[in-house]
Design a protein around this ligand. Structure first.
Ligand code: PLP
Length: 412
């Protein structure tokens, strides 16, 4: 079968893959924490600081005008990337965490009252739990959780039971950062809309890896990070469906967000600029634009298809370890992304991670900012191998051999 993208050509674009780690090759399987960067993104940022640098939205001079126009072009690019209704719906933030906090303070704080409910799942990342705990303590709204099934899927019965007229907000991950589970957010969107609530989607792990079309998903808000989708750190996105733009009150105020200020009063700019007070991460936004161009050129359908193939291959190869390995998350490839959490025998995940590091294999270990999920699974931690478009089967073979050696060396 023809691979859905030319991975060896893609690998050439990532300079860090040529780096030697402990004298050997680097096997980077930690893209769920942060992705590597292609040369196109690195060069865009370098060129901006070297030859094009200026602040945005401030000056009448040429460099500032050019920087402003490129910054706003990226807004349009990102809007097209997720099929937003208009670029005004794209707010640049510092990352998914920042986007979710912004939404909590700018929106949830305004609408929640005692007796209302916020619905989450037990597999959320802390960034999609803590802002809601804060909102709960500030407003008196209660947090409910949807449980998962044994193979890491949303429990449908729980969904039916827990959505009610009291539920004002459902905030849910689109792809679990531990189990890889892809959540059917459209189904949840339909359910919550029936009772007049809204749905917020944490797209930190989905947007980089699969086509995400906010209109088709019928969702209201989407948060994601640039650094997990080939872009730089320090830049994120909050997409707000246009119907809600007027209902948010900015929680960061200052320069760049206002039309006029007197000693007593101020008039805000229109969205999205009213939400972007202060000098933004301009180079980061331009780098994000280059990342979106890169992903668009390959095609998100191809990225997803390739990762499905590679995930399938990884699950099969890791299963060869038999009783020595426990793999978590959905069995069905269509239900999951390329995030594979596992444990080797009874070994502490940090020990396995350190041993893999000796082989030049970079994985994440521990609880992955998802303590409640690990409590639910009754485990101390997991080793997480996460894939992206630059990983290949050879790397998976190498991982499997390394794990086999680790498992054999630790035989009782
Ligand atoms: C599902 C999920 N949500 C939120 C975040 C937080 O993203 P950031 O650290 O970029 O704000 C992460 C990062 O790992 C994540 O995986």
């Amino acid at each position: 079968m023809m691979p859905s993208l030319k991975v060896e050509e893609i690998r050439e674009d990532f300079p860090i893959l040529k780096k030697k780690i402990r004298g050997g090759r680097l096997i980077y399987l930690d893209s769920a924490a942060s992705s590597l960067k292609p040369i196109q993104v690195i060069e865009t940022i370098r060129e901006f600081y070297l030859n094009e640098y200026s602040n945005v939205h401030r000056g009448v001079h040429l460099l500032s005008q050019q920087a402003t126009s490129r910054y706003e072009d990226v807004r349009e690019k990102v809007a097209k990337f997720i099929n937003a209704y208009s670029p005004e719906e794209i707010i640049f933030t510092y990352g998914t965490t920042d986007s979710l906090n912004m939404l909590a303070y700018s929106y949830a704080l305004r609408i929640l009252k005692p007796g209302d409910e916020i619905l989450l799942t037990v597999m959320e990342h802390h960034s999609n739990i803590l802002p809601w705990m804060m909102m709960s303590s500030m407003t008196g709204a209660k947090i409910n959780y949807i449980d998962i099934t044994n193979d890491g899927l949303i429990n449908r019965n729980e969904l039916d039971e827990k959505i009610s007229e009291k539920t004002k907000i459902v905030s849910v991950t689109h792809m679990s950062n531990v189990l890889g589970t892809i959540v059917d957010v459209r189904n949840i969107a339909r359910r919550i809309h029936e009772v007049g609530g809204v749905i917020i989607v944490d797209g930190a792990q989905s947007v980089p890896h699969m086509p995400v079309n906010v209109r088709e998903l019928e969702i209201d808000f989407l948060a994601f990070s640039g650094h997990k989708m080939l872009g730089p750190t320090g830049v994120g996105i909050l997409w707000v469906k246009r119907d809600f733009l007027g209902e948010l009150s900015p929680f960061r105020l200052g320069g760049g967000a206002i039309r006029e200020v007197t000693l007593r009063d101020f008039v805000l700019l229109d969205p999205p600029h009213r939400f972007e007070a202060g000098t933004p991460h301009i180079a980061g936004v331009l780098g994000l634009g280059a990342a979106v161009d890169y992903l668009e050129r390959i095609g998100m359908d191809n990225v997803r298809k390739y990762e499905e193939e590679l995930t399938d291959y990884t699950l099969k190869r890791l299963s060869e370890l038999g009783d020595a390995i426990t793999i978590y998350g959905p069995n069905n490839i269509s239900d999951r992304g390329g995030i594979i959490a596992f444990n080797i025998k009874e070994l502490d995940s940090n020990i396995v991670g350190s041993l893999l590091d000796g082989y030049g294999v970079a994985v994440r270990t521990g609880k992955h900012c998802a303590h409640p999920l690990h409590q639910r699974l009754n485990i101390e931690g997991t080793v997480r191998a996460s894939l992206y478009l630059y990983n290949n089967k050879e790397e998976i073979d190498y991982l499997t051999t390394a794990l086999n050696e680790i498992a054999t060396a630790t035989k009782a």
